[in-house]
Ligand binder design. Structure first.
Ligand code: FAD
Ligand code: UDP
Length: 364
């Protein structure tokens, strides 16, 4: 049977769910499939001891796009959580991102922005040319002291290679502020969907046929014949059976514990920037939602090399991988009825709002 559906959507993450919702609202017939046993992709949350657990890592919604903020608010109410992580290095606590609180913690004589600027300006002189790698970028941004305490260890654990071999753009995302403000993001809107991301995606997919535990590649030809348009949100190289080679990814491993205490670390996100521990972050999920449950749930996040069978979390956007992704993108344009969208299919380091924006702006 051909063209049973107008749209077959491979992947029930935010890209797939946004397209599905738009197409359904426009009166199109839609089938969503996902190989996992749940919807919501990497923003999936699951309740444990009355707390919503971010199963694939901490997700904080933040955006500057008015239309995206308006759109997500149709499917969830957002709380007023503001991400203000702390860093622990050598047993001492620092505020993140880099702001006046951090500078006062680093240098005893810092009280005013002028005091902080003096230290940072002096240290920044170390790099007199345009930064060529992450280490140079970090030093030219905040100086060597902060680089060594708050950036180097975290970044090398996260990416599995020296900062001197990493691209500058990774660190450009982090704000540097000469005000006492611990908000991690500069965006106008921020929050966590009340009741969890899964509930939000469930609302987006309301009235739409969804088949879980269903891998597109197990019956690719059959699925392709089922619909006029295919929206593919899985890995770009996998669609083409890796015929040009494999794209590189970083993976993560999570270890979650339920604790019989009310408040374990006093903060939703604590980053560990030292090489004395293998994890990069410890998440205490209840603090994302101001949950007052008598127990708590924490998750250790360990960066890991990607191996066949593990999850693909981060793209590794270096020259080699970007060139390979471009070659696959050229092949993708030759697939007339397939749209490749989202983090895995575009091989882009997207935030949630970028993914939704892309899906909202696509002409269906
Ligand atoms: P995904 O959520 O990965 O969805 C793709 C779906 O396709 C998956 O469900 C997968 O199972 C399915 N699929 C793949 N292949 C097949 C197949 N062959 N057949 C069927 N189904 C298939 N962004 C923020 O804005 N704020 C944050 O705080 C934030 N924190 C993050 C923390 C971590 C640790 C990570 C890794 C990312 C974070 N992000 C954050 C980014 C965010 O997760 C992504 O932007 C977003 O989830 C991408 O949505 P997507 O639909 O493109 O992909
Ligand atoms: N980073 C750091 N120290 C920290 C937190 C982040 O050096 O305590 C750097 C690190 O290089 C990381 C980048 O900032 O790869 C982006 O981190 P963020 O947590 O913002 O991104 P995510 O991992 O959530 O995509």
């Amino acid at each position: 049977m051909t063209n049973q559906y107008d749209y077959l959507i491979v992947g029930a993450g935010l890209f797939g769910a946004t397209i599905a919702e738009r197409a359904h609202r426009a009166g199109k017939s839609v089938l969503v499939i996902d190989k996992r046993n749940h919807i919501a992709g990497n923003v999936y949350t699951e309740e444990q001891v009355g707390i919503n657990i971010h199963k694939y890592g901490a997700h904080i919604f933040h955006t500057d796009y008015e239309d995206v903020w308006k759109y997500v608010n149709k499917f969830a109410k957002f709380n007023n959580f503001i991400n203000s992580p702390i860093v622990i290095f050598d047993g001492k606590v620092y505020n993140m991102p880099f702001n006046m609180n951090t500078f006062a913690q680093i240098w005893d004589d810092v009280v005013t922005p002028e005091d902080a600027r003096k230290h940072i300006e002096a240290e920044r002189q170390e790099i007199s040319h345009a930064p060529k790698n992450l280490e140079e970028q970090a030093i030219s941004l905040v100086g060597r002291t902060i680089y060594e305490k708050l950036i180097k260890g975290y970044t090398e654990k996260q990416w599995g290679r020296p900062c001197s071999e990493l691209p500058t753009f990774i660190i450009k995302r982090l704000p540097v502020r000469f005000i006492y403000d611990n908000n991690y993001f500069d965006d106008k809107y921020q929050g966590i969907p009340i009741g969890g991301y899964t509930k939000m995606v469930q609302n987006m997919l309301s009235g739409i046929e969804v088949r879980l535990n269903t891998d597109f590649f197990e019956r690719k030809d059959e699925y392709q014949a089922m619909a006029e348009h295919i929206i593919y949100t899985g890995p770009l190289d996998e669609y083409f059976d890796y015929k040009l080679g494999e794209l590189e990814w970083r993976s993560l491993e999570f270890e979650t514990e339920v604790l019989n205490e009310e408040n374990h670390q006093g903060c939703a996100v604590v980053n560990y920037t030292g090489l004395d521990v293998d994890y990069t972050r410890v998440i205490e999920h209840k603090h994302f939602e101001f949950n007052t449950s008598p127990q708590t749930v924490i998750t250790y996040e360990y960066p890991a090399a990607y191996q066949k069978g593990s999850e693909k979390y981060y793209t590794v956007n270096n020259e080699k991988n970007d060139a390979l992704a471009d070659a696959y993108r050229a092949l993708a344009t030759q697939e007339p009825n397939v749209i490749f969208g989202g983090r895995l299919a575009e091989y882009k380091y997207y935030d949630m709002d970028d993914v939704i924006k892309k899906a909202m702006d696509l002409t269906l």
